[in-house]
Design a protein around this ligand. Structure first.
Ligand code: ZN
Length: 310
């Protein structure tokens, strides 16, 4: 797949320097690696469908995606380079987004930490016990008491359900797998100024959707000797980490799979893939013979009768 890049105030240079993407700006925050979202849509890079936009492929070749009933490609894979702190934010679920955001999907997302600086942290969750306390703490700017900040390290995985207060902080490189949605409610932006102004906040919508109290959802990867470990499964997607050392077989039993090479290089049925390459393995693809030394993150959708979620 051919990615799309996004310039952001908090973005840095690592997508160029570490991943070798051919981008010029010093503030590229996001690589939308596999995306059919209208805010940044990718296309096929090479082969039979070269140059075709992913949304077009989804409409014209449903057989590649397990013959879905949904009206849109359900997932979005990004690499995020946080050179500065991102705003503290929350996303709605499908029901709230459909009603308040012109039929958009909600946003469930998850993070695999590709790399981070020593002492890096992220924000997940909050310490308010009731909705009244949450409102009071927000209105009085008691951010240090409200926000739950935790240390992270390379290889950590975090599930961010809709309604979860969260923020990626400076010095962190993340692979994000998410629903195909661009709906974010900004709760707090550290009172930063951009061109002399604070960025817009969405306090009332945030208060509508934040889960109170916060419930931590951690999942330990299944114990397995396989090179491929499932990290998480929710109603929207399944996620795996792959550590290829030498030779392996990839069996594709999902409607489709998204794959991202996050380090090293590998051959898949003889075709070379390097760090920073992203691909889709279609429905009913035969087993893939893999060789090389590489780390992967894979995702697959969970369908319901609307084509997303379950
Ligand atoms: Zn988010």
């Amino acid at each position: 797949m051919r990615p799309v890049f996004k310039e952001t105030v908090w973005g840095g240079k690592r997508l160029h320097d570490d991943f070798g993407y051919d981008i010029m700006s010093n503030h590229i925050g996001e690589c939308w690696a596999v995306s059919a979202h209208p805010d940044g849509e990718g296309s096929v890079d090479g082969g039979t469908y070269d140059g075709i936009r992913l949304s077009e492929l989804w409409k014209t070749h449903p057989e590649l995606f397990g013959n879905p009933q949904g009206d849109r490609f359900p997932l979005l894979t990004k690499i995020i380079d946080a050179n500065a702190d991102l705003s503290i934010q929350v996303h709605p679920d499908d029901t709230y987004a459909a009603e308040h955001e012109n039929g958009s999907l909600g946003k469930t997302e998850c993070w695999y930490v590709i790399d981070c600086v020593p002492g890096a942290t992220i924000i997940i969750g909050h310490n308010a016990k009731t909705r009244e306390e949450l409102r009071e703490m927000i209105e009085n700017g008691r951010w240090n008491e409200l926000i739950r900040e935790i240390p992270i390290k390379k290889g950590d995985f975090f599930q961010i359900n809709p309604g979860t207060v969260h923020a990626i902080k400076a010095g962190t490189l993340i692979l994000e797998s998410q629903q195909s949605s661009d709906i974010t409610y900004r709760l707090y932006d550290y009172d930063r100024l951009q061109n002399g102004k604070k960025r817009e906040l969405h306090i009332e919508k945030s208060l509508d959707v934040i889960e109170v109290p916060f419930v931590e959802r951690r999942a330990e990867p299944a114990e397995t000797d396989s090179w491929l470990k499932q990290l998480y499964a929710c109603s929207c997607y399944k996620i795996w980490k792959g550590d290829l050392k030498g030779e392996a077989t990839l069996r594709q039993n999902e409607p489709f799979m998204i794959g991202s090479v996050i380090s090293g290089e590998a051959f898949l049925d003889g075709v070379g893939y390097n760090k920073g390459d992203h691909f889709i393995i279609p429905y009913k693809h035969p087993d893939i013979h893999m060789t090389g030394e590489a780390e992967f993150v894979f995702s697959a959708p969970q369908y319901n009768n609307k084509g997303f979620g379950k």
